[in-house]
Design a protein around this ligand. Structure first.
Ligand code: FES
Ligand code: FES
Length: 233
């Protein structure tokens, strides 16, 4: 029987002596503290394995790698943490701030740029995976002061308001028109075997659905792309 509830000869079978109750309370408190420590220990160990930027406490030296990125026709030798995304390499290491960070997890399209001509979300891919590939950002579309025709079309049709999504919209639309020209179908393509034609508004909206615009400049964005696609066709 627990000492706290031992009988006391002089008072009765279930008399709880004050001294025993205090002893039992102290025992329970230390057992609870030991239990909490046991739970906390693995949590602390897990946190130590996580890097600080995701809530961990691992401030150990990063795993660095030296690579050369080909960006906008220029070779950029850089040394980066192997966990660095193309987006962070562009913005933080190469100071190319045209590629925007919106959600940083593949939902908004603000970071869209081209890798070997294919549109890619720069926040979803690691810099060390793209050594030797041709990366094109919004800064690389124009030729000096001469705008890329898609940039000019966005200006002509007011395809933006605040402009934050615009570099991603323009890079995406350039890549999208190449995809359509190569005959790559979308979810709304009806004729899978016909010759590629200038995409309809429905095609443009579907193919650009990965690029969000919080200002809702969509009608003008579609008009700019339609204009450019028609000119090309
Ligand atoms: S920042 Fe990359 S998709 Fe949103
Ligand atoms: S123009 Fe503002 S988010 Fe698209």
């Amino acid at each position: 029987m627990n000492k706290a509830f031992e009988s006391d000869d002089t008072v009765g079978a279930w008399h709880v002596s004050r001294r025993n109750l205090v002893q039992a309370g102290a025992g329970l408190a230390s057992a609870r503290a030991a239990g909490l420590a046991a739970v906390q220990q693995p949590r602390d160990a897990a946190a130590q394995r996580l890097p600080a930027d995701v809530g961990g406490t691992d401030n150990a030296a990063p795993n660095l790698m030296s690579i050369t990125l080909q960006v906008n026709g220029r070779a950029h030798p850089i040394t980066v943490d192997t966990r660095t995304t193309v987006l962070d390499a562009l913005r933080e290491t190469l100071a190319l701030k045209g590629t925007k960070k919106g959600c940083d997890h593949g939902q908004c399209g603000a970071c869209t740029m081209l890798i070997d001509g294919r549109r890619t979300n720069a926040c979803l891919t690691l810099a060390v995976m793209h050594e030797g590939q041709a990366i094109t950002t919004i800064e690389g579309l124009s030729n000096g002061d001469a705008l890329h025709p898609m940039q000019a079309a966005f200006l002509k049709h007011d395809g933006f308001q605040c402009g934050y999504c615009t570099p991603g919209q323009i890079c995406s639309s350039v890549g999208m028109l190449n995809e359509a020209r190569m005959g790559m179908p979308s979810h709304v393509t009806r004729d899978l075997e016909g010759a590629p034609a200038a995409p309809s508004d429905e095609e443009i909206r579907e193919r650009m659905s990965g690029n969000l615009c919080r200002c809702s400049a969509y009608p003008n964005i579609v008009a700019a792309i339609r204009d450019m696609a028609g000119a090309r066709a």
